[in-house]
Ligand binder design. Structure first.
Ligand code: SF4
Ligand code: SF4
Length: 508
């Protein structure tokens, strides 16, 4: 992480940090507001999206169908055995995050982290209430009610990803929802209340491990929120005269040595000898002169984590850019150039405070993370494109391992589970291969055992059955014999799956 010396900083006047960060306007505020609305919209509205899958199947576009042991995302359906795809997506997310952090610092923390998004929502509601009713007891009561409602909506919204969202509120209100739904709502409401309403910036400062990781990802080329000490110091009251080198910026360019403290040593390009002499006089900061910072503390009072960025980059800075907006507003009022606080890199020398930072976007570390993210995405994409359409398990039941029937034949029981994601598949046929004389029967069918059994699959595309395999006494093995259950499409005979398993007979 870039280090910034504090030497030479003028002491700040005492800063009374507000309990609700002040509002600000500007580019980063607009980006944050747009992203907050977008992410909250996605979170709360997604469970309400519908997706027609056919009769018997859930009509919710995104649903964690726990009883069916599957995740439905629009037209895709994922099973537990598709975990490698989820792992690939997680690796993609991690690498993309590393990539973004290497290039642009804590953009995740500042703009997209759920803690930031929910805290931003709570801050906005707090400010609105204060504006409506002012400070006092009714403000505190209203804030508490608003916090509770948001936290409750968050809890119900989350539960809507697991239970049909349009029917969930009715089920919850009438006491007909499953106990786990009430527990989930309760836990999510409680954690939202605790983390976003009370803990807020303390989560970023003390609880989240990510700021510690990112220190290893940032380098001198990463864009981080930076106060330009060389331009801002010595800070002073507005009526204190400005340093002459800064006041003359209209005749040339403000000179910069990068984020490090201290006025620039080089002469301005266009100012000539007179201006050079004036600029030189600013090398020795004088208490009677000030830099561009008027010590108004706006950058601190708008900061959601209470950081004074003028003291250098700190762990508490989440890179949200709100102090940039606040300071730009102040600079505009003073008729001074924007960018006293800005996203900047530490390493690249600039010829001017006003020149944009030169970022090396093609750094090996960033390229490596970008490539790893693309590989992980490709892996998951390939997995999705080649998903197995039918999944069958035939688990031998070992208690007891076999049953000897009255006619001497031997029977083994299997827990058969079939799930498919293939349009039009309604019936399958099963037979045993490698087990001569084997007859099959399903536990729920009142039919005699046969070499081939046919069964209809439920409209929810799953089948849970007890499969019985019977061998005549003379054909029963002594001990274990491996065989394969073959599953075919009942009408066309197309082979869908082969399940290796075993038959257990009495030891002889
Ligand atoms: S907002 Fe700008 S001028 Fe005001 S204290 Fe912060 S850095 Fe200085
Ligand atoms: S100092 Fe505060 S306001 Fe500025 S970027 Fe960091 S967290 Fe945001």
């Amino acid at each position: 992480m870039p280090a910034t010396t504090l030497q030479g900083l003028a002491p700040s006047r005492a800063i009374a940090r507000p309990d609700i960060p002040h509002a600000t306007r500007g580019r980063f505020r607009r980006i944050k507001t747009s992203l907050t609305c977008l992410m909250l919209g996605i979170y709360f509205l997604t469970p309400w999206l519908r997706w027609e899958r056919g009769e018997g199947l859930p009509g919710q576009a995104v649903l964690f169908d726990l009883p069916g042991r599957r995740l439905m995302v629009f037209g895709l359906e994922f099973w537990p055995q598709d975990l490698p795809i989820a792992v690939g997506m997680m690796i993609f997310g991690a690498m993309a995050l590393f990539f973004a952090t290497t290039l642009a610092g804590r953009v995740w923390c500042g703009f997209a982290c759920p803690q930031t998004v929910w805290s931003d929502l709570f801050f906005a509601v707090d400010r609105l209430i204060v504006r409506l009713v002012g400070k006092g007891a009714s403000e505190r009561r209203l804030r508490t009610v608003a916090w509770l409602l948001i936290a409750l909506a968050t809890g119900v919204g989350f539960t809507g990803y697991f239970i049909d969202a349009p029917t969930l509120p009715g089920l919850l209100l009438t006491g007909r929802a499953p106990a786990i739904a009430y527990a989930t709502v309760l836990v999510l409401t409680g954690t939202t209340w605790l983390l976003a309403a009370y803990a807020r910036e303390r989560v970023c400062l003390h609880m989240c491990p990510w700021p510690r990781f990112q220190a290893a990802l940032l380098d001198r080329q990463s864009l981080v929120v930076t106060y330009q000490h060389g331009r801002g110091e010595p800070r002073g009251r507005r009526r204190t005269p400005l340093r002459p080198d800064l006041a003359l910026h209209g005749f040339g360019e403000l000179q910069s040595t990068g984020p490090a403290i201290g006025p620039a040593p080089a002469a301005p390009r266009l100012m000539g000898l007179v201006a050079e002499a004036v600029a030189f006089s600013a090398l020795a900061p004088s208490p009677s002169l000030r830099g561009d910072c008027i010590d108004c503390t706006r950058c601190v009072t708008v900061c959601p984590t209470g950081v004074d960025i003028r003291r250098g980059l700190q762990m508490g800075c989440i890179g949200c850019g709100l102090c940039i907006d606040a300071c730009n507003e102040v600079m505009a009022r003073l008729d001074r150039p924007e960018g006293l606080i800005r996203f900047d890199v530490e390493s690249a020398p600039r010829r001017s405070f006003l020149a944009p930072p030169r970022v090396d976007w093609l750094r090996p570390k960033a390229l490596a993370f970008g490539l790893a993210a693309l590989l992980a995405l490709g892996f998951s994409g390939y997995g999705m494109a080649t998903l197995a359409q039918v999944s069958v398990h035939a688990e031998p039941q070992r208690n007891p391992p076999f049953v000897q029937l009255s006619d001497g034949s031997v029977r083994n029981d299997y827990a058969l589970r079939l799930a498919h994601r293939r349009a039009g598949l309604a019936r399958v046929a099963l037979h045993a291969e490698g087990l001569n004389g084997a007859l099959l029967r399903l536990g729920t069918q009142d039919l005699p055992a046969a070499e081939v059994v046919r069964v209809a699959i439920g409209s929810d595309r799953t089948l849970d059955e007890r499969l019985l395999v019977v061998l005549p006494a003379r054909a029963a093995p002594s001990g274990r014999q491996d065989f394969t259950v073959v599953v075919r499409e009942a009408e066309t005979g197309e082979e869908l799956a082969r399940i290796p398993t075993y038959f257990w007979g009495p030891e002889r």
